[in-house]
Design a binder for this molecule. Structure first.
Ligand SMILES: Cc1cc2nc3c(=O)[nH]c(=O)nc-3n(C[C@H](O)[C@H](O)[C@H](O)COP(=O)(O)OP(=O)(O)OC[C@H]3O[C@@H](n4cnc5c(N)ncnc54)[C@H](O)[C@@H]3O)c2cc1C
Length: 284
């Protein structure tokens, strides 16, 4: 199938893109890497009257350390994240997660911002941004606003972005020396979307983890933090009993949704498997 006809614009600066977006109204759609959007156009799942190509907007490019924050522009590709020394040093969770996204050809085009804006609950970047306490920088007709990742992901493929807004960048607190990370996903084949996945971060001192964040993805409508499991682990020596209680809590507390091939029970089982592996990895 081919997409329906649409108008096309390629603005050179952010203000021009915002003006076009407001002028064209809700029928207009932004296009970044096109790795999700082009498929939905060709399948006629979406038929925008205008495509606004944002790939020339310098305001959305680049990875930089600004004070204690790592700024990742919305147009940064998955490959740039995978290969960046700044990412490896200041957000190693992202480096660990990047190779799990599709295949290199798709990672060369797909963008950080496109993935966050699309809000796919099976995607890696929404889960990582939540785990790393990211802040989204969003431009709209009334200026810029900032929102935490926790408030950004609202429901299945639904974020707090308004139709006339553009995600410009994300800020992530840079990692400190005592922080430990774990990323893992269970997929049928490498590059497939995960059946279930986890992104974890904690402060480590001996056998004690604190400030824990355990985010599961591809198990519900949005990426979800296992708050009870986190609290059970936080500040205690990580014994087998503590791990078992955290696993039981995570399986119970998350609002799990089945997908076409995997039941709620399967996903709950995998949540426990991932958490146990992650905790054992973090404490080594
Ligand atoms: C075969 C295949 C396998 C894939 N596997 C995975 C996978 O395992 N994991 C994974 O996470 N992804 C996967 N993807 C998706 C891929 O990562 C996409 O690149 C990503 O989801 C969207 O980024 P994009 O830049 O291509 O966005 P686009 O397709 O250009 O846009 C996606 C949506 O986001 C909006 N948008 C884009 N940028 C912005 C912005 N800055 N502000 C506001 N709205 C914006 C667009 O309007 C559109 O609605 C796969 C894709 C393919 C084709």
């Amino acid at each position: 199938m081919k997409s329906a006809a649409f108008d096309y614009a390629k603005p050179q600066v952010l203000s021009e893109a915002l003006a076009l977006l407001t002028e064209a109204g809700e029928d207009a759609q932004l296009i970044a890497g096109g790795q999700t959007l082009l498929a939905t156009l060709n399948l006629r799942l979406s038929e925008p009257s205008m495509l606004i190509d944002i790939t020339n907007l310098d305001e959305l490019k680049g990875i930089a350390v600004i004070g204690e924050q790592l700024r990742i522009g919305a147009l940064v590709t998955h490959t740039e994240i995978e290969d960046s020394k700044l990412i490896a040093q200041h957000a190693p969770l992202l480096k660990a997660a990047a190779p799990h996204i599709a295949h290199r050809a798709i990672r060369n085009l797909g963008t950080w911002g496109g993935s966050l804006a699309y809000g796919d609950p099976a995607a890696e970047w929404p889960a990582c941004s939540l785990t790393l306490n990211a802040t989204m920088l969003i431009a709209g007709p009334d200026g810029e606003r900032r929102i935490s990742a926790e408030d950004f992901f609202i429901d299945l493929y639904t974020t707090s972005l308004e139709p006339n807004e553009i995600l410009v960048a994300t800020e992530i607190p840079i990692a400190n020396h005592n922080q430990v990370f774990y990323f893992h996903e269970l997929a049928r084949r490498h590059g497939d979307y995960a059946v279930a996945g986890v992104a974890m971060v904690a402060q480590k001192q001996g056998s004690i983890l604190s400030n824990c964040v355990f985010t599961f993805f591809s198990v519900g409508a949005t990426p979800m933090m296992a708050l009870k499991a986190q609290a059970l682990v936080d500040g205690k020596p990580l014994t087998d009993e503590v791990i078992a209680s955290a696993v039981a809590a995570a399986r119970e507390e998350l609002e799990v949704i089945a997908d076409i091939t995997n039941s709620v029970e399967t996903k709950q089982h995998l949540i426990g498997v991932l958490l146990e592996r992650g905790l054992k990895h973090l404490i080594v």
